[in-house]
Design a protein around this ligand. Sequence first.
Ligand SMILES: *Cc1c(COP(=O)(O)O)cnc(C)c1O
Length: 464
Amino acid sequence: MPAITNHMPTAELQALDAAHHMHPFTTGADLAKKGARVITRAKGVTLTDSEGNQILDGMAGLWCVNLGYGREELAEVAARQIRELPFYNTFFQTTHVPAIALASKLAELAPGDLNHVFYAGSGSEANDTNIRMVRTYWAEKGKATKSILIARWNGYHGSSMGSGSLGGMTGIHSQGGLPIPDIHHIGQPDWWAEGGDMTPEEFGLMRARELETAIEHLGANRVAAFIAEPIQGAGGVIVPPSTYWPEIQRICDKHEILLIADEVITGFGRTGNWFGSQTLDIRPHIMTVAKGLSSGYQPIGASIVCDEVAEVIAGTEFNHGYTYCGHPVAAAVALENLRILEEENILAHVRDVAGPHLKAKWEALTDHPLVGEARIVGLMGSIALTPHKESRAKFASDSGTVGLMCRERCFANNLVMRHVGDRMVISPPLVIRPEEIDTLAERARKALDETYAALKAQDMLKAA
Ligand SMILES: *Cc1c(COP(=O)(O)O)cnc(C)c1O
């Protein structure tokens, strides 16, 4: 088969993109002036753009291409499934083999009694399902007043009305009338930015206890569930202090609050185990998954639900579902993705090879004058940029100004590294090899050097 090549000059593609394509989380007018970078192909951990640049993808697409690009097996499975059964629904008392096989596989991989799968097309959709499912669960138990979901400021759970409400991103809340009713937010366990004079352990406990305070304030008879990412991703790869999750778990147990772990990023090997809940020793009632479930080759998400909740939901008609719930092509690709993760021992690669190698390189960046803390679990990591390490100071410039400069220097050095405010984050494909990690770290350091030089030249190395 011939390759799908780009026959148009980059400028023409950019002009058409600017004229007709509305980008997510983007100021369209600014992008139109600049022109979007056109990615044309990818292999392994390397992207190629329309100008022929070879860029190391330190973000695995958008936290999802865990197996890396160009896996023939996934293409084969998709083609075979399209020929055999491209679509059928699961609404009308019908099912199909890919949906069955993937649900059984997820039940096998998921910890504890998380044995039931409700499919979605994305992480946002799965979290919308979770809102309705936990509220329905309590209503069916005769406790309809338990409708509030507690979540965290700077958490990310998607950008639909429901999932965007669960998230604690003020930029999302400020557009379109979010949050929906009965969502409550507590503080995040970001010690670097918010821990003040406390030790990380003290701060972790303090932030976890905000959950208990909120439950007591709202009334346990009003609270349905707490949702959180085991490790915040889009919020800047915030690794919570060690005291945080045990205390959260204790509080959820004590007050009989359902616990939802949003594993959309942390699932499927990112932290070195199948799920972040295992790495952080959390016992959720529901896990949200998407992204790495299919390594991004097909759009698919799911809620993986414990026996107790599934049993109660099974007792009523749950008036909820998406046309593409359990889409056969997406499910078949996800299943093949899981098979490869297992067969190629990719979790062991993350735990024993890539993880420790990246951790050493990543933590070594703290000797750079711009880098405060460096945090990493498995293959998700972040560094905090700061004008003054000892006081953990923020820059005088608006949050994100320095981060954006650094991201642009990364791109100029053929590395995709994202910024969240003035934190830089990475989440490379899980298959990344040690020599590719060396390249990632070299390019990151070069970008930091160039950012530092630019800040100095522009007299921007000032604390707020
Ligand atoms: C990306 C993400 C989502 C949303 O998933 P979409 O597929 O973009 O809708 C939800 N939760 C977390 C933790 C995520 O990182």
